[in-house]
Design a protein around this ligand. Structure first.
Ligand code: CAA
Length: 261
């Protein structure tokens, strides 16, 4: 944590195998300023490279997961700057991480905040969470995946309504729409996300990365290509230690001893 101005970074879980990143810029409701995103990229990269970590949890505060890109920073940008920097392109580390990432969303997940949550693999929400893409009200459009990932997640009609009105949806509606997988009381949310992280971390880290890669491929490929990719990846698990360990343990009626190779 010492190295970060805008994050609290820690390891959680009984075996300290869940990487924990809390966005911590309370004065701006965790608005995603450049410095915060550089730090987040660093923290995710460090956990990705940490052999003990099997899953990452990203959360914010009870009031805000993140209220979006930093409007005060953005306000002065002109087109050529946005274009030259390829503004928001540097955020994609979260989406590209090999290890599973859980977003634990309490409070506001707006604009870039909702887009950040959607870059994660699983979203858990607190009862008072609000998900929205309010960019239209600022005279701009979602710029970090909102028009694409939200549409893939909840379908055209709901995504269009959210993006065109800027009005947020609550946790219950987000669960119904499939944007989030579970809703918890506010104060239990982070613990539940860590528990899920522990469950995932108990599996083979090699095979969970293969799983994530295959599910993620479904968003990029035709069904035919995706099924081919899945089949080959499935076949590849037969070259791993952990596939043999898992099946042998089942047959011998004991827990598997995965070695992440
Ligand atoms: N950027 C910069 N500062 C922000 C911010 C943001 N996105 N969101 C909140 N803040 C700051 C506020 O300016 C305020 O700071 P001051 O005390 O210095 O005035 C502080 O956080 C607290 O915010 P509020 O007083 O507004 O708190 P509230 O409880 O009354 O309202 C809120 C909460 C509804 C979330 C409101 O803050 C809000 O609407 N925020 C902006 C949400 C938004 O439009 N996000 C989209 C950004 S665009 C984007 O993300 C582009 C993209 O796709 C990449």
């Amino acid at each position: 944590t010492g190295q970060y101005q805008n994050l609290i970074v820690d390891k959680k879980g009984q075996n300290q195998n869940v990487g924990f990143i809390q966005l911590n810029r309370p004065k701006a409701l965790n608005a995603l300023c450049d410095e915060l995103m550089v730090e987040l990229t660093q923290a995710v990269t460090d956990f990705e490279n940490d052999g003990n970590v099997g899953c990452i949890v990203i959360t914010g505060s009870e009031k805000a997961f993140a209220a979006g890109a930093d409007i005060k920073e953005m306000q002065k940008r002109d087109f050529s700057q946005a274009y030259d920097e390829n503004f928001t392109a540097a955020w994609t580390k979260v989406a590209e991480c090999k290890k599973p990432i859980i977003a634990a969303v309490n409070g506001y997940a707006l604009g870039g905040g909702n887009e950040l949550a959607m870059m994660c693999d699983i979203i858990y929400a607190g009862e008072k969470a609000k998900f929205g893409q309010p960019e239209i009200k600022l005279g701009t459009i979602p710029g970090a995946g909102g028009t694409q990932r939200l549409t893939q997640s909840i379908g055209k009609s709901k995504a269009m309504e959210m993006v065109l009105t800027g009005n947020p949806i609550n946790a219950e509606d987000a669960e119904k729409a499939g944007l989030v997988s579970k809703v918890f009381p506010v104060e239990q949310l982070v613990d539940e996300a860590i528990k899920l992280g522990e469950t995932i971390s108990a599996q083979s880290k090699l095979v969970s990365a293969m799983c994530k890669e295959a599910v993620s491929a479904s968003f990029e490929m035709s069904l035919r290509e995706g099924l081919h990719f899945e089949k080959r990846t499935f076949h590849a698990t037969f070259a791993t230690h952990d596939r043999m360990a898992g099946m042998t343990a089942f047959i011998e009626k004991r827990p598997a001893d995965f070695k992440d190779k």
